[in-house]
Design a protein around this ligand. Sequence first.
Ligand code: PBG
Length: 338
Amino acid sequence: MSPQFPAVRPRRLRSTPAFRRLVAETRLHPADLVLPMFIREGITESVPIDSMPGVSHHSLDGFKQALNEAAEAGIGGVMLFGVPLDEKKDAVGSGATDPEGILNVATRIAQAEVGDALVVQTDLCLDEFTDHGHCGVLDVSGYVDNDATLERYRDMGVVQAESGSQLVAPSGMMDGQIAAIRDALDTNGFGNTPILAYAAKFASAFYGPFREAVQSSLTGDRRTYQMDNGNRREGGREVGLDIEEGADIVMVKPAMSYLDVLADTAATSPVPVWAYQISGEYSMMQAAAANGWIDLDAAAYESVLGIKRAGADAILTYFAVDLAQRLNGTSDPKRAIR
Ligand code: PBG
């Protein structure tokens, strides 16, 4: 005798918003979100970034206001990127280790302004500061010289910590970068400054809008140091090496095209696992929404929730403040995300 009705009905628990809320497996909280921010030298007012609707280059003044807005929204932290004047770029990225370089100045401001409320984090990489746009220094043949770059990263880590960075985040994918920066921090009195490793960072087409955002001088690509797109197992290897070298947090980047690597990492990592929803992921949603093809609020929420569901403990996203305001019920109706 075959049963007359389905024996199992998952729909029972979907019948009302209250039920759905009660049985939700994954929840976003403002504290899960980290906002990447761009601080540009030589401007006096914020300038919108064409390739990233809703994201601006901050002047040092406008930056303070944006920091306070982020703190009020209750997000977990901010990740700072510096955009120096073109004429300050050189072959070794001197601006990165100059205490008066734009990123280090911005870090001091952020630490003073919101350092108690937010974890002030800094991208530790040379690409914004080099005139060739690569993440490291080049040898005579134009190849990125791994070990010479490590020397620069060591100095950059120390200057960032001195400037008040609470979490330094090496993103250049040089071999041994976590061990080198750990040693430099430890031997310079910054043994308590943690490292967020961009551990599995892939050479992605989705970085496009960011390269405009940092006015990158890069020609060519980063495929001799960032990971090849198809390599899941190697993602685990890179994460494992960074943990052995002393990473306090590991990150997978980009997020949406690499959710398998993220899930693998979340299943095995003894340290927190973060993911970066990068510029291209953000801008393509903005572009689709501008055409009326998707609902931006719903898509932004679903995409970040999905990254958390795949295993991220925290997510870097350009939607951070808007999403947090929405979660708090304090969003400004004039903003894109409500
Ligand atoms: C390197 C760095 C990049 C991003 C974060 N850190 C650029 C790159 O690797 O080309 C990309 C972030 C984004 O696309 O949103 N400094």
